[in-house]
Write a protein that binds this ligand. Structure first.
Ligand code: GLV
Length: 322
């Protein structure tokens, strides 16, 4: 019998994934969930042929240079891979895989929660309940804005963006989007394409960010971009915190230029800019876009499928990052 491949498992995974790792591989784990300091992970990875990481493990070029020579694949349990220097990994001959597809529906659901929470002033409303300050029903209290008839601008109509659009149509939103390249008619489903970001911004009563974090999209929502939105727009981010310039967003929320924001991701998370916590018109969640039992299990299984393909079956990775 050939030895089971040794895998460094950086975080605790859902039970079914841990059981499969135990059955099919020789997993190495540090105590507890983590995240663990990188030197400890690197020490534990010595002699491993695979690493199963998440977006909390930053694998920059310097770190990749110190990975063990035995390593053949880095499988991240996330669709985003901005935490990995893929160029440096590829140059070392390492396969890098992510988990696209399996988290689309959960993340789209969460994006609608952000839209609804921001539009209906959920943070202020929930505070009345939790702090026992609910005086009375009021004809003019806590008025939000309707979704029906408003225009939803989607920056990044990929799998998740298209799933957001599908849900948003049921709420009566009119769908607009901007991508570098126009999406296929199947993906568009009648959404209006804007060939520049500025054109999208001009019609986005609600702007949803569903684009990957890349050098082109980092800080894309800055002072100038926010100034192009219709007054009183809503900003929603379920992608990555570094797509927005926090100073610009916070100023726009304070002045009312933005009616509200729904944010699931933050630059430097979990250490988000503390000003977000104090703004009543921010509906904030702690990066739970894919956090359902079914989806996190499917993500873990997808990462393990990739380890299995490369290390046990000797085939190409199933979902390599491109
Ligand atoms: C979550 O943010 C992911 O990239 O999977």
């Amino acid at each position: 019998m050939t030895a089971k491949p040794s895998i460094l498992v950086a975080r605790r995974l859902p039970d079914a994934c841990e059981a499969r790792l135990d059955a099919d591989f020789a997993p190495r784990r540090l105590p507890g969930d983590g995240p663990h300091p990188m030197p400890a992970l690197l020490a534990a990875a010595e002699g491993c042929s695979g690493m199963l990481v998440t977006l909390t493990e930053r694998l920059d070029a310097a770190t990749i240079a110190t990975l063990p020579a035995s390593l053949r694949i880095i499988a991240t349990m996330s669709v985003g891979f901005d935490h990995i220097d893929v160029g440096a990994a590829t140059a070392r001959g390492l396969a890098v895989t992510n988990t696209p597809g399996v988290l689309t529906e959960a993340t789209a659901d969460l994006t609608l929660l952000l839209i609804l929470g921001a539009a209906r002033r959920a943070t202020e409303a929930m505070a009345l309940i939790r702090e026992d300050r609910w005086g009375t029903w009021s004809p003019t209290g806590l008025l939000g804005v309707d979704l029906a008839g408003r225009r939803l601008g989607i920056l990044g109509l990929g799998r998740i963006g298209a799933a957001v659009a599908k849900r948003a149509r049921a709420f009566g939103l009119e769908i607009h989007y901007h991508n570098r390249r126009r999406a296929s008619p199947e993906q568009e489903q009648g959404a209006t394409y804007h060939d520049t970001l500025d054109r999208l911004l001009a019609v986005s009563d609600i702007l949803a960010l569903t684009a990957a974090s890349t050098p082109e999209t980092r800080n894309i929502i800055d002072h100038a971009a926010l100034a192009k939105l219709p007054p009183g727009a809503i900003l929603v981010n379920s992608a990555r915190g570094d797509l927005v310039d926090d100073d610009a967003v916070i100023e726009a929320l304070r002045t009312g230029r933005l009616f509200a924001a729904g944010l699931d991701v933050f630059r430097g998370e979990p250490a988000l800019d503390p000003r977000y916590r104090r703004l009543p018109n921010v509906f904030a969640l702690p990066h739970i876009g894919s956090a359902t039992v079914e989806t996190r299990t499917a993500m873990g299984m997808c990462a393990i499928d990739n380890l299995d393909a490369v290390l046990k079956r000797g085939t190409a990775p199933i979902t390599p990052v491109t």
